[in-house]
Design a binder for this molecule. Structure first.
Ligand code: NAD
Ligand code: IPM
Ligand code: MN
Length: 343
């Protein structure tokens, strides 16, 4: 566990409380946690956000659970967030799965109340997030910054295949998001590979959207989307949007998967450390709890994961709501409301 900064530790505690309670109920497994207090406090003591060998430390675990990282007022984000991005890339966690759905009892900002149930699949190992660039003439009027994305045939093919397979387990619709009308190397590669791979999945209905149109259509007709796949940056942007349209970013979980299981996978809410509400005890723990459910699924405990999701659904439907979704509950009260569903 890497609880991190801001509300990270608050929502991680909630997820652990729910896991501990559901474990007592299901008795099918024995979960042991080790907690690593990396992040801002570690930086203040040791001058690094995480120890140099943090990847070797995590390598031996079955899964990694992360709360959230970042505290921009105290340390620039590109420093605090480096371990997270390194973790995703070094462990080849190339499939970032970010489900977003509506819940009974939670009203979203959209006029239509038609249920939303989609999954953003984000390419998580390359694209716009590779550490590839440089700077010239820094702090002069002639300053130049270069940041070059990397899209590989192997990388795009495997995330498209993963997304098609996922669509097969759902409503058999796939939307691919690019910006190939303007970026004529990278996203045109995505377009070509989509045609190639779609031929292997003729049972899946495919649509293609540019990122600008996708943001519009996700607001206008979100219920028509099933699996939405895009590059690292587009997947990041879209998963905040899908959090917004389903009611709150505090509801959306994620899994960063190495589908071949050569490395431990990483589970974390989509949201960040929310400095605006940190320490107030009002963060919505739902995203973290549902991320824990995704972790249980990945660890082969599907029926226990279902127990957790059902408990969340019931707690929300019964009107247990934190302030981000219009309620007054604290993080602890919301967590208790979920735990009570197991009793
Ligand atoms: P954020 O996701 O932390 O917050 C955006 C908004 O959503 C805020 O108003 C916040 O209060 C609200 N919110 C988020 N999670 C919530 C929850 N569980 N319950 C209730 N409300 C919630 O995004 P930001 O403010 O842009 O970023 C804050 C910091 O987090 C930055 O340092 C950023 O880089 C970092 N960040 C980290 C991660 C991560 O750890 N995976 C993800 C996104 C952002
Ligand atoms: C996310 C976050 C991260 C990302 C940041 C914190 C680097 O926004 O997990 O969505 O952009 O991947
Ligand atoms: Mn993000």
């Amino acid at each position: 566990m890497y609880p991190g900064d801001g509300i990270g530790p608050e929502v991680t505690d909630a997820a652990v409380a729910v896991l501990t309670a559901v474990q007592k109920k299901s008795k099918t497994f024995d979960l042991a946690f080790e907690r690593f207090d990396w992040g801002m406090p570690h930086f203040e003591r040791h001058g690094r956000v995480a120890p140099e060998d943090f990847l070797a430390t995590l390598r031996g675990f079955d899964a990694v659970f992360l709360g959230a990282v970042g505290w921009p007022a105290r340390l620039p984000d590109h420093i605090t967030l480096t371990p997270l991005i390194r973790l995703r890339q070094a462990f080849d966690l190339y499939a970032c799965v970010r489900p977003a759905r509506t819940f009974k009892g939670v009203h979203g900002p959209l006029r239509s109340e038609e249920p939303i149930d989609l999954v953003v699949v984000r390419e998580n190992s390359e694209g716009e997030y590779v550490d590839n660039g440089g700077a010239l003439a820094v702090n002069t009027p002639n300053e130049v910054a270069l940041q070059t994305a990397v899209h590989t045939r192997r990388g795009v093919e495997r995330i498209l295949r993963f997304s098609f397979e996922l669509a097969r387990t759902r409503r058999r619709r796939l939307a691919m998001i690019t910006k190939s009308n303007a970026q004529r190397y990278a996203y045109v590669l995505w377009d070509r590979l989509l045609v190639e791979i779609a031929a292997e999945f003729e049972d899946i209905a495919v649509e293609k959207l540019h990122i600008d149109a996708a943001t519009l259509e996700l607001v206008r007709r979100p219920h028509t989307f099933d699996v939405v796949v895009g590059s690292n940056l587009f997947g990041d942007i879209l998963s905040d949007l899908t959090g917004g349209i389903t009611g709150s970013l505090g509801l959306n979980p994620s899994a960063n998967l190495n589908p071949e299981r050569r490395f431990p996978s990483l589970f974390e809410p989509v949201h960040g450390s929310a400095p605006d509400i940190a320490g107030k005890g009002i963060a919505n723990p739902t995203a973290a709890v549902l991320s824990a459910a995704m972790m249980l699924d990945w660890l082969g405990e599907a029926s226990t994961a279902t127990l957790v999701r059902t408990a969340v659904d019931r707690a929300l439907a019964a009107g247990n709501l934190t302030p981000d979704v219009g309620g007054t509950l604290t993080t602890t009260q919301m967590t208790d409301a979920i735990v009570q569903q197991f009793e």
